[in-house]
Design a protein around this ligand. Structure first.
Ligand code: ARG
Length: 427
């Protein structure tokens, strides 16, 4: 039977839902304004049932009981809350650490790493609760829609997608009005029409803010954006030292205490945040073509990534060290671009794992007023011999008398080319 729906059936992709076929929707629910409005709106506009899924990736300060209760009060059929922190750390952050993953040389990819996992869980829960469609709250201008929809279309070709924010043509004021009209609670922090909040996304690995003055590239960061990291100028006068122990590229100890990865990351984040570490003011090339500015606070990544990179360089040869950053960059680009399930990522991971076999040892990091600096290194696999490196020692594997012969051959082609060019000049 065809239902009376006022949703236009314009679809440009095969995985987009035909409104007539939307009966039970799995909604990726955060408890915020957009997805709360969506929860009601989907029930009204599609005459469909809604099952909510809320994923805990370690975003601080969430009360999942409250989120769940809100979903149920707004008419959800069920609301599943999944604690995916371990899964996230083990299967997403470990590969990112091994790949020294930074996009655009500054963004540690926390959102980009979280989306494929959230979408993978959406598929699992949609199937288990008999949903035909997945709904998310991403806009039509961001990377997140790409990451989520690419994942769903890859893993579950039978499921369809709706993205109400892309099509419902409600601005912030209309959303607030809709919320008031439908008894959807509005938090004070969600502001009024004139003081919209920043658009925030966060998890264990970092926090991003977008919107408001951040869109004005000439506007320096205002203090109220920093909700995680202490402003460097307010950080303690006293520096802190921490020591990270790695096994096969994975951080396993903090100051010699063995910790699970989630706890280790949380503790490192706390130390970094206290010392003002991990602020990144980043203009970045989105995959959908736009350049957008983000303010990131990623204290754990700002300590763990440089420590890992340092240890990796110590145990690798000059040739590995020349090569790996190119693959690291490719890895970060694929993940940023939402192609988590692309086979090339698996190929690259195999290389990352192979290199990281030897990335075992400890790195000491000094934290001081916004900076994290590596100050000590030690590894049984270091391709380093203090006696060879020393100015005062001679002999052993290194022969100083062989150096001039090396220089003659090593510089041969460059010298020949130089001469040819200069001779041509003189003629
Ligand atoms: N620019 C980052 C990215 O594309 C962060 C996006 C934050 N997402 C959000 N919905 N606020 O991964």
């Amino acid at each position: 039977m065809s239902r009376e729906l006022d949703i236009p059936a314009v679809r440009s992709a095969s995985y987009e839902a035909d409104p007539q076929e939307v009966h039970r929707v799995l909604l990726l629910y955060s408890g915020g304004l957009d997805t709360s409005v969506m929860l009601k709106w989907i029930q009204d506009a599609y005459h469909a049932e809604v099952v909510c899924l809320t994923v805990n990736l370690g975003q601080p300060g969430e009360d999942y009981a409250v989120i769940r209760e809100k979903a149920m009060r707004l008419g959800a059929l069920e609301c599943h809350v999944v604690d995916a922190r371990e899964h996230f750390a083990r299967d997403y952050l470990v590969p990112a650490i091994r790949a020294n993953a930074l996009y655009g040389s500054g963004y540690p990819l926390f959102t980009a790493l979280g989306r494929p996992l959230i979408a993978e869980l959406a598929v699992e829960h949609a199937r288990a609760s008999g949903c035909d469609t997945v709904a998310h709250g991403c806009t039509g201008k961001g990377n997140d829609q790409v990451r989520i929809e690419a994942t769903i279309a890859t893993l579950a070709p039978e499921l369809k997608v709706i993205a109400p924010v892309r099509s419902w043509q409600m601005g912030r004021e209309e959303e607030l009005a809709y919320a008031r009209e439908h008894g959807i609670p509005i938090k004070a922090s969600q502001g009024t029409e004139s003081t919209a909040p920043y658009s925030i996304d966060d998890n264990l690995w970092g926090r991003s803010s977008e919107g408001r003055w951040i869109e004005d590239l000439a506007h320096a960061p205002e203090d109220d954006v920093f909700q995680l990291v202490t402003r460097p100028e307010d950080a303690p006068e006293q520096a802190a030292l921490l020591e990270l122990g790695f096994e096969r590229g994975v951080p396993v100890t903090l100051d010699a205490e063995r910790l699970g990865l989630v706890e280790l990351i949380e503790r490192v984040a706390e130390l970094g945040a206290r010392h003002g570490v991990g602020i990144v003011d980043h203009v970045e090339d989105r995959i959908v073509g736009l350049k957008v500015r983000d303010v990131y606070e990623a204290p754990a990544a700002a300590i763990i990534l440089p420590a890992h990179r340092e240890l990796e360089r110590l145990v690798c040869t000059i040739h590995q060290n020349q090569f790996k950053p190119e693959l690291d960059r490719q890895w970060a680009y694929l993940v940023y671009a939402g192609l988590w399930w692309e086979p090339l990522r698996g190929d690259l991971d195999a290389y990352m794992e192979s290199v990281n076999e030897r990335v075992t040892g400890t790195i000491g990091v000094k934290l001081y007023k916004g900076h994290a600096r590596v100050v000590t290194r030690s590894s049984p696999n270091a391709v380093y011999d203090a006696s060879l490196a020393s100015f005062s020692q001679s002999g052993g594997l290194f022969s100083q008398t062989a150096a001039p012969g090396f220089i003659e051959l090593f510089s041969l082609q460059s010298r020949m080319a130089w001469r040819l060019r200069n001779d041509a000049h003189r003629e």
